[in-house]
Unconditional design. Sequence first.
Lengths: 276, 567
Amino acid sequence: MAVEMLAYIKKQSRVHELSGATKLIIFLCWSTAAMLTYDTWILLALLVISFVIFRLSKVKISEIRFVLMFILFFLLLNNIAIYLFSPQEGVKIYGTSHVLWEIAGRYNVTLEQLFYHFNITLKYFVVIPAALLFIVTTHPSEFASSLNRIGVPYKIAYSVSLTLRYIPDIQREFRTIAQAQQARGADLSKNEKLTKRIKNAAVIVMPLIFSSLERIEVISNAMELRGFGKKKKRTWYNATAFRRADYITIVTGVVLLILSLVITFYDGSRFYNPFY
Amino acid sequence: MKKPIVSFKDFTFKYRSQTEPSLTNINLTIYEGEKVLIVGPSGSGKSTLAHCINGLVPFAYKGDIAGSLTIKGMETKELDLFTLSKVVGTVMQDPDGQFIGLTVGEDIAFALENDAVANEQMKERVEQVAQLVNMENYLESSLHQLSGGQKQRVSLGGVMVDDVDVLLFDEPLANLDPATGKYSIALIDQIHKESNKTIIMIEHRLEDVLYRDVDRIIVVNDGEIVSDSTPDELLSSTVLLENNIREPLYIRAMKYAGCTITEAMKPAHPDTIEINKGKLQDWYEDRPHKELNESSSPILEVDNVTFAYDTGKTAIQDMSFTIHQGEMVSIVGQNGAGKSTVSKLIVGFEKVQRGRILYKGEDITSDSIHQRSERIGMVMQNPNQMISKHLIYDEVALGLVKRGIADNLIKERVEKILRICGLYPFRNWPISALSFGQKKRVTIASILVLEPEVLILDEPTAGQDFRHYTEIMEFLEDLNRRGITIIMITHDMHLMLEYTPRAIAIAQGKKIADDTAVNVLTNQAVIHATNLKVTSLFELAVRAEIADPGEFVARFIAYDREVRTWQ
């Protein structure tokens, strides 16, 4: 189901018009910048730009709600985990401790820790729009060609995109096989003990492998018969030629990345410290 | 004299994994612009022959070759798959499995992409080819949204984009409903006439292919060519009978009526064959009318059932029907009409949203899959989706083992079922050593061991040749005589006519007919809505001016069942 949620959303927008490769490059720049920096100002700037781009794409929040909720849930989990394992992380980083209130032992709430969490959350929000937009505004057929364009060998790029495409098919197949096995008594529902359920799931794997192998044989014969793998290079029907907008976008993206890295590492610390 | 394009000389091929050659001493020449049909039962070597022509043998399936095969004057074993694919274009069976692109344009372009054709030229060429197969308005459409006929056109386009000399169709009719099959044959014929390419078709559904002219029919059996003649010659000979290939039904009906089929009668088409009205009418009058058996008590009732998938599309709407104890019924309908959904609702794979399902009068709507499986068994189309054990015995025993039944009891029940299914001698064999038909039996046995009283089978004979088809169906009939009620989901019209007295037709999630199979198959409106087609028997009866053609069909089937002895 989640895979269908991450499907291409057809729209007419500036973001959709960009070539898949451009979006992939931007996504990579964007996430590198967001991963490396903890500079709050940079993150805020990137965040604002992210939101602007998101608006430009005309994709509605409601269309990606499921994935978004899923990621936000993860974000929450991540924040909780950080606090549980390292409640003094903020203090360690920023070197001061402004305690708001005590809880127990080393678990207290400090401004520093809160600020640290705020930064982590910001990072998520910077990366989320870029990642989602790359996925939902890139036509699946363009996926392989974009990978190929940034230097991934086309055979690998093709297998990645074929795999992605077959996931829904295999899910469907899994369901059918699971139902058939259930009818024969392999209970996969919660009525059964977990160990037994795992054991029962094993009887589904064999048929799934066999039917997938069958599928692979057919598709690989079909591909070979139509000349796949003949030459070192291939062209792509759906590759959109780089246009001015693409070049401008890529240059802007790279400049932003460099700029953010320069600012981040300029003073020798990746963190912006408001407590100093 | 025309130029030969494909030419086998004393050609023998043995797969590396096998001990016996799959093709022996093949001598066959196909000329430019010819339209040739290759027929033969499963395992006859006809698919291997096709693989030799398109190069999958020996380049993808390795083995030993003796003799020579030249295509367009080139010795194939000295070429490679890619060079060959520029001469021979292959349309494989099952278009769904072989689509590589996601949209029509992309799939047609695939071969050009691999040739590294520049983008602009590629678009232009795709446009041209799309026009050739009448798909130019669908270039951006997703392949999954197309109808069966459109899919065929796209796969044809994907092959023709290379401007090949030979078009090879590997079982183009498998998996197609009768109406789409008929359409495909017409399309192939049209392409042949317009492009004058050489056409080679591999198929065992002879009658369906003969819907349009072919120049020659080559019969393959046991790895050898047993006949090479025109359709008229072949149909007036005994070659088909000797090689387990089903004769067209109208030919058989004429033979029953005492006519001798000769080449001069032009037997290749039901509407051109010279018929003897008198003899057909006499035969018809002589045959008794057969009343259908009185129906027994209901075993399964589908009562006003409605169901929609998550996507919101209503799949089944207010459907009701009753199956009686001991019946053999077929459920027919176009792909996507809802026939598989109905069966899933009956066995509980999907949950009924409104309405009830009754088993012997008891409401089972809220029973789980597990509970229902002891009363109603479901056998899926592809046995590979069901088999999960290595040995036959274990596979059949699986359902009982999972139910925690005592070992000695399991042994007793499994052995009993294996005997009924004719699998007892093989009980310790690995399943992988079995043929498709035998695997099907194993899956049926693995369901029967749970002792259901109703058995639902999804396309039990799909892709089977006449002999395996008969084997499977006679086995099912035997089970039926033992008291098991059988429901079949199918679009095989022969199967409906021959084995299921009653048929339920479904279109767009609604029941549109529930009648005798003969009546369903002679009702134009139903035929149209379910993508079936009129049987040639009916056409023959009309031509013979028989008052009730439907009754003629019924009498033919009854008689055919009586006299046809298999081996």
